[in-house]
Structure formats: C-alpha cells, structure tokens
Design a protein around this ligand. Structure first.
Ligand code: SF4
Ligand code: SF4
Length: 121
C-alpha cells in the first residue's frame, strides 16, 4: 500500500467515498469537522506532494515526485482512476480539509509544498 509523503503524514484520517466526491481528484472527501468537500478541478494534492505508488502510468517504480503532475489527471484535473481498484490507496484515503485545501488551489499548493519540505528526510 502506498504510503506517502507529507499528505499522509499530515492529516489523513479518513475515509472518502460517498457520492459527492465524484467531484474530487484525490477523492472528494468530507472533512469530519467541517464537511469540507474537494474543489473540483483543484488537483493540488495530485501535483504538489510526492506520492509513493505504484501509480499506473508513472515511470517505474511508479512513484510521483513532488511538484509533478500525476499522469492520471485528465484535462479537467480529475483523477482518471477514480473508482478503479488500481488507484493508490493513499489517494483514496486522503480527505479534504480546510487546513490543507484552503480556499484556492494556490493556497493548497503552497500548503502542500511546505508540508513536503517539512517531511522530506
Ligand atoms: S492517482 Fe489520481 S488521485 Fe492519485 S495522485 Fe494521481 S490523479 Fe491524483
Ligand atoms: S488539495 Fe484539497 S481541494 Fe485540492 S484536490 Fe486535493 S483535496 Fe481537493
């Protein structure tokens, strides 16, 4: 199972997957406290952090480097693997949260880049 980087180390606590998350890249999750929903088309968490895969389509061994767009993002910044068993577990378990996601993609990118730096050995 894929472990990651900053994102995982940080705040994931949960379970995604209800209907609303159809809109989500990494998942479309709800934050436990605030019912935060993923911003459709944001994709900051599919770009900024490093992710230990395997992610199908990424060069062997399938990891995604930090600040690199995941190959599984489509033209609308949605995950092409949503609902597919090959989607990394870490992606499916990540929850949107106000701290991480902010109110704009730029805020989310900055937060996740800082987190990446802070958790990189
Ligand atoms: S596999 Fe999907 S959810 Fe995971 S980083 Fe790539 S695009 Fe995002
Ligand atoms: S950073 Fe937050 S809002 Fe942006 S795609 Fe990820 S979970 Fe959704």
């Amino acid at each position: 199972m894929g472990t990651t980087h900053g994102i995982v180390a940080h705040s994931m606590a949960a379970t995604p997957h209800q209907q609303q998350k159809q809109d989500h890249q990494l998942n479309g999750n709800q934050n436990r406290a605030t019912t935060m929903l993923c911003r459709k088309g944001c994709a900051a968490c599919c770009i900024a952090p490093s992710i230990t895969g395997p992610i199908p389509g990424m060069p062997a061994p399938g990891n995604k480097p930090a600040n690199t767009r995941c190959v599984q993002l489509d033209d609308h910044n949605l995950c092409k693997l949503f609902g597919n068993p090959s989607r990394p577990a870490v992606c499916a378990s990540l929850m949107a949260s106000e701290d991480m996601c902010g109110t704009t993609t730029t805020q989310a990118m900055l937060y996740l880049q800082r987190l990446e730096l802070a958790t990189t050995p």
